[in-house]
Write a protein that binds this ligand. Structure first.
Ligand SMILES: NC(=O)c1ccc[n+]([C@@H]2O[C@H](COP(=O)([O-])OP(=O)(O)OC[C@H]3O[C@@H](n4cnc5c(N)ncnc54)[C@H](O)[C@@H]3O)[C@@H](O)[C@H]2O)c1
Length: 324
């Protein structure tokens, strides 16, 4: 049995508890959370042991799951890694670039597994296209959310945009060449809304808008490449692929269009999307990588690279030094 301890049983932490309980081969040892209200609720509802000494919980586990606010990620990860424990840590990996670099080094030295909670990697709408060897050259992203004080200890870039940064880095086979960005702190002391343009060395351009002060929710990524358009709706869990092709595909809705280079067939497909629990999948995947000694699905390097781009964006906006 893989012994797991949970740090932080707030909003997302309770989803993690519900999922850990159901995962085969895992034993939940207990949790640590300084918040009396949340802790009492978890003891009463889940019958799970509360530890008031973080070290004792870490010592009793093989792996820990950190769902505490971002400001605490580094110190909790450090404690666990130094004791040789595997770590699942929510996104963003850490608060500062220095912390992120230090964690990458520590994980390597301790030879433990780390997975970062970039849960959109397990969104079925993304999973439907991730292995298609895409080569997007223009990407347009909107991630809009209503205001919620949770998560505002960091900017909208580290809170929401980082999901899209991670997905884009996983899809574009090239390094970042240049970033331009603007953002405004409307409700909090850090940017709440931002627009960013990331140019890659291969010519791909990604244009990202993130807001946590929107009236409506939206999480859409639209990608354009030679002869194709791919749309991913992370919220509605839908994917649409439109291809320009030589002849009609009988599995697709298609029609013909006159173009400057002759008649083309336009084929529209919506891959079947399985209704999956993305949090369950990411935690199962983490447990499996420990049990089978395989790389985690979202490594500390992935978490660090997304953070690095996020901090370059914050530097461009000029607010990276606003205290969290
Ligand atoms: N992957 C995602 O889509 C996603 C979504 C929401 C939140 N998150 C991340 O999850 C984390 C928590 O977010 P949340 O919305 O659950 O916040 P929350 O405020 O609801 O819960 C955080 C909990 O952590 C506890 N805590 C504070 N300091 C702690 C410490 N030192 N050790 C252990 N617990 C501590 C708090 O008392 C609270 O109960 C953040 O890092 C956030 O970025 C990720």
């Amino acid at each position: 049995m893989l012994k797991v301890g949970v740090f932080g049983v707030g909003h997302l932490g309770k989803y993690h508890l519900n999922n850990w309980k159901e995962i085969e081969g895992v034993k939940l040892v207990g949790f640590y959370d300084p918040n009396e209200v949340n802790a009492k609720e978890v003891v009463a509802h889940y019958g799970l042991k509360r530890f008031t000494d973080a070290d004792k919980l870490i010592d009793s586990c093989d792996a820990i799951d950190i769902i505490a606010p971002t400001n605490f990620h580094f110190e909790l990860c450090e404690k666990a890694i130094r004791k040789g424990k595997h770590v699942f840590v929510e996104k963003p990996l850490a608060n500062t670039i220095e912390e992120g670099k230090e964690l990458v080094k520590m994980v390597r030295e301790a030879n433990v597994k780390m997975q970062v909670g970039h849960v959109e990697r397990f969104n079925p709408a993304y999973m439907a296209v991730k292995d298609m060897q895409l080569n997007p050259m223009f990407i347009e992203v909107h991630r809009l959310a209503q205001f919620n004080p949770r998560g505002t200890e960091v900017s909208v870039i580290l809170d929401l945009m980082i999901h899209d940064i991670d997905i884009i880095l996983s899809l574009v086979p090239s390094d970042v060449k240049q970033i331009s960005a603007s953002g405004v702190a409307v409700m909090t002391d850090t940017p709440d809304i931002a627009n960013v343009r990331i140019e890659f060395n291969n010519g791909c351009v990604a244009n990202l808008t993130s807001s946590r002060i929107s009236m409506k929710k939206m999480r859409k990524m639209r990608m354009f490449q030679k002869d194709a358009y791919i749309g991913i709706d992370f919220l509605q869990k839908k994917t649409e692929i439109i291809r320009l092709q030589g002849e009609a595909d009988k599995n697709a809705f298609s029609f013909e269009l006159e173009t400057p280079s002759g008649k083309k067939t336009i084929a529209v497909t919506s891959p079947e999307i399985k209704d999956v629990n993305a949090i369950r999948m990411e935690l199962e995947s983490f447990a499996s990588s420990i049990i089978n000694n395989t790389p985690t699905a979202v490594t500390e390097i992935d978490g660090y690279l997304a953070m690095e781009v996020a901090h370059q964006i914050l530097d461009k906006i000029g607010n990276s030094n606003v205290p969290a």
